[in-house]
Design a protein around this ligand. Structure first.
Ligand SMILES: [Zn+2]
Length: 302
């Protein structure tokens, strides 16, 4: 294997992806943008064209990227499969034969500590590129590779991790891999508009967690999400704005008593007592139990 060439082509890929991501408004790329890139006039395929899979372009010996196909809105991605007990993400072998050429190519990326790109299907024909990703280890019993975001973790003994290390790894995995998908699911379910004020500008919208991702029940799943604009998201997170389990907006009393400019008046005070708009689909609605738990925190802070 030509190690320098493997590295140079990867650097060119990351540079290309940096450029494409900078041009996008949400960090996601189209099917075409993730098809190929060029190095010195030579076209190199970026990912497996079938959606999910390990990709080794013919110009290289080790795998260059991995992909996960979009599973459809409303269908939760199999998080249990994609995150280990140690908090690190997993990627299944192609098939069950560890010596299939694609699995060997991914193993080679591990042995040579080569960085890869991970393309996560977030909508039909839309991918979120996550890079740099390393193959840090392998679990042959479960037919899977262990992923990491740090080269220094390649070859790590995952059985000796402490509890805080596992918690930290789990948070990293959620932030880097699950958050982009969560955002797409929530924004789609809420028709890309703020549940409180109906603002419809994707660039100004967030997928807010009802229960924070560090807490029990804080998973990045639709029943724990609500689409909020930046200002209502910040107000919700800081308990200036609460949502009752019956979906009624409550504004903190101190804020209601305050006198200030139009943002306070129209953006917050006038929202008091209104009802948030939620998706029609049952499985996409916010979970009333999570809302109740969260509303108690709002009351306690008032
Ligand atoms: Zn809003």
């Amino acid at each position: 294997m030509d190690h320098l060439r493997e590295l140079a082509i990867r650097e060119a890929m990351f540079e290309y992806l940096d450029e494409m991501v900078a041009q996008s408004n949400d960090g996601n790329l189209s099917w075409e943008q993730t098809a190929h890139f060029s190095v010195a006039g030579e076209l190199i395929a970026l990912r497996q064209t079938r959606g999910r899979g390990i990709h080794k372009p013919r110009q290289l010996d080790a795998a260059l990227s991995i992909s996960t196909a979009f599973t459809g809105f409303g269908r939760q991605p199999p998080y249990e499969d994609s995150i280990g007990e140690d908090g690190y993400p997993r990627y299944k072998y192609e098939g069950t034969d560890p010596n299939l050429s694609t699995n060997r190519a991914l193993r080679m990326a591990m042995e040579c500590e080569l960085p890869l790109a991970y393309f996560i299907g977030v909508r039909r024909g839309v991918y979120r590129p996550v890079y740099r990703v390393y193959i840090a280890g392998e679990d042959p019993l479960r037919n899977e590779f262990i992923l990491s975001f740090a080269r220094s973790e390649v070859g790590l003994d995952f059985t000796t991790l402490t509890a805080p290390e596992k918690v930290y790894a789990g948070r990293m995995t959620k932030q880097r891999l699950h958050q982009p998908l969560f955002r797409e699911q929530v924004l789609h379910a809420y028709s890309s508009s703020c549940a409180v004020c109906r603002l419809r500008h994707t660039e100004l919208l967030d997928a807010a967690h009802i229960i924070g991702d560090a807490e029990d029940g804080g998973e990045p799943v639709l029943p724990n999400g609500v689409a909020l604009c930046k200002i209502h998201h910040a107000a919700f997170d800081r308990n200036f704005l609460g949502i009752t389990p019956n979906l009624v907006v409550q504004i903190n009393q101190r804020l209601l008593d305050e006198i200030d400019g139009p943002m306070l008046k129209h953006g917050l005070q006038e929202m008091h007592g209104g009802t948030i708009s939620v998706p029609r689909r049952m499985d996409a609605k916010p979970d009333p139990y999570r809302l109740e738990q969260r509303y108690e925190a709002f009351l306690a802070a008032s």
